[in-house]
Design a protein around this ligand. Structure first.
Ligand code: HEC
Length: 232
């Protein structure tokens, strides 16, 4: 009898320790993101994907090949990157920050990205300056996707340019895959590789490599693919 009670206690203890012991498993805390303040630039939402696709690319400023020792793959690597001992990012001061100055060619002969690379837009450059002026925080807000009609030119092209084109561009595109034209994107969309890459499934490498796109943007691309990847 004592043995039985003892056993029940042990089993009970085991179960309760599995369920309640916070050390036994990682507590799952959902990340609560702040609502978007439309006057702000958010590093993780707005800037990081562009820096990773257009600057932190193989042979330029990625972790493996940081040209001029400038590594633009993460907030931390940007903070740690220096030119002549000076940090490339001076929070609050865009005009003292080479991260911004380089995009305008203020110290060098060619503006970054170089003429051989996919160009970031004027809007992107202004966004970098604004983010620095706002204190260059490692900030992130909730992801909201426009509920309107999904079109190639209005929705898909801007997403591909933000997350992908920088690496899949020009004379030496990563994996020999170009994503510059509708035809090139539609081909990948219709043979299944685009969606598989966004989820990193069915043997296709996950793209972008360092962090998946937000779910609602992947859903927008899926909707466009399911509609036959139209050029609309
Ligand atoms: C920083 C550079 C970079 C970015 C940004 C990038 N790719 Fe890639 N991509 C690569 C490299 C490198 C490969 C080669 C596969 C590998 O080794 O990971 C590749 C491979 C691929 C492949 C083939 C994968 C396979 O397993 O066959 C597809 C499809 C692809 N990329 C699509 C995309 C899409 C879509 C995006 C944007 C959402 C994107 N890539 C963003 C560098 C990049």
């Amino acid at each position: 009898m004592m043995k039985k009670i003892f056993l029940v206690c042990i089993i009970g203890l085991l179960f309760s320790s599995c369920v309640h012991d916070p050390i036994a498993g990682e507590p799952i805390i959902p990340k609560v993101l702040e609502p978007r303040d439309t006057s702000k630039v958010y590093f993780v939402n707005d800037l990081l994907p562009i820096l990773r696709s257009s600057c932190a690319i193989p042979g330029c400023h990625d972790a493996a090949t940081p040209a001029a020792n400038i590594n633009l793959t993460s907030y931390e690597s940007i903070l740690a990157s220096k030119v002549g001992g000076e940090p490339i990012l001076v929070p609050g001061k865009p005009l003292q920050s080479k991260l911004y100055r380089a995009t305008r060619g203020l110290d060098i002969l060619v503006a970054m990205p170089t003429p051989f690379n996919f160009q970031i837009t004027d809007k992107d450059k202004n966004m970098i300056a604004k983010w620095i002026a706002q204190g260059a925080l490692n900030n992130e807000c909730e992801y909201i996707c426009d509920e309107g009609e999904i079109t190639y030119f209005g929705t898909i092209r801007p997403l591909i340019d933000k997350y992908c084109t920088g690496c899949h561009y020009g004379l030496y595109p990563s994996d020999d895959i170009l994503l510059e034209t509708h035809g090139q994107v539609a081909e990948l969309a219709l043979n299944g590789k685009l969606y598989n890459a966004l989820l990193g499934q069915n043997g296709v490498a996950r793209m972008p490599q360092l962090a998946a796109m937000p779910d609602c943007e992947i859903a927008q691309i899926k909707e466009w693919i399911d509609a036959g990847a139209p050029r609309n």
